[in-house]
Design a protein around this ligand. Sequence first.
Ligand code: SF4
Length: 443
Amino acid sequence: MDRTGELMLEGKTFYIHTFGCQMNVNDSEHLASLLLAEGARPARSPEDSDFILVNTCAVREKSVLKLFSYLGRLKEQKERRGSVLACLGCVAQLHREQLLKKFPYLDLVAGPHQYAAVPLLLRNLQVERRVLTAWEKDWVDLPIVPEARESRVSAYVTIMEGCNNFCTFCVVPFVRGREKYRPLPSILQEVRELAGRGYLEVQLLGQNVNSYRDPDSGAGLPELLAAVAEVPGIEWVRFLTSHPRDFSPALIEAMAASPKVCRQLHLPLQSGSDRILKAMNRQYTRAEYLEIVERLQALMPDISLSTDLIVGFPGETEDDFEQTMEMLEKIRFTNIFSFRYSPRPRTAASRLKDDVPEETKIERLIRLQTRQKEIQLELNRRLIGRTIRVLCLGASKKGQLFAGRNEGLQVVNFRSEQDVSNRMVEVRVTGCGPYSLHGQLDG
Ligand code: SF4
């Protein structure tokens, strides 16, 4: 502590544990940058840390239960070393003071709009323990220093935050607030800096990226994509998460117009039944979703599509579920993220009767995932014998085996005599499983 009663961060160690999506990973990179700027150093584990920051996800009940168990395990460690323990992000925003009741040894609880203030909050812990969950109305630019990035070749770039959609199952608008958009020049500046440091791929992030609008010019995602794809050095551009309701023909044309925009899209469907989509307040029909897919495939026949699906939403009948199964057959997604419905606090659906029995939810999820696994195997087998571009993200621990992703965002494990980490390479596909492709460096 210094003479003013503040904790000093300089020379101290910190560890950030991240739950949840790419947005949270990117937020943790921002947090790490802020602490590095204060002179703190990253630690390898919580055991070695003066400050333990847990960045949390409230989207599913399961991730909240995992967080609670993790916080429980940190108690002894915190007391042994006298570390400072902070719970940040979406669960902090959702549960606020209740978290301090459940985990009285927490030193700080701060929501996602408080990241910029975290160093100050940590410095002032001795003065007052705090729960901070106020909203920021305007966009706050938080720079990322290179050392805080997880990858040296692929970077997340946040372009907007929050969501105005209020899907009835989703807690995001309650924890991330209403939509805020990052100014386009600030996004482009970050992408140019990344390209200058040798980054080859950028993933533009936001909870609902299709509604992006530059606050000054009003330029939307199609214009932003075109501008980012023109930055010299950037090879691949991706964006997520999309909402089918806002997926305009102009966006499809912008994707198709630039070979640097990956032929890959994550487009959450959630359910194949119009009745359930309506109950979820998704604001599109199954036919409208299929129409978007047809337009995408017409202009980009090789596009890889992935999706999110929920089974067992309140009122989901066997017939509703079968309609979701039908969408798997029609669209043949490269990958799906599928979940059993669980009610989330404050959402409209949490006031509905959670009437699909747990055994039925499990049985439907197994059927869905089993069929999807077969589809993925069928799709992956078609790539055997082809040579594909792969962004190599690093070596596996077993010597000459490397791992990367192809344009379709599939995992590719391949052999190479030389170290090709952090490079774009050509790989000949020699085999596959349902979840990955295997191959050999070509040439
Ligand atoms: S679009 Fe719906 S599911 Fe996605 S973040 Fe917004 S409310 Fe949640």
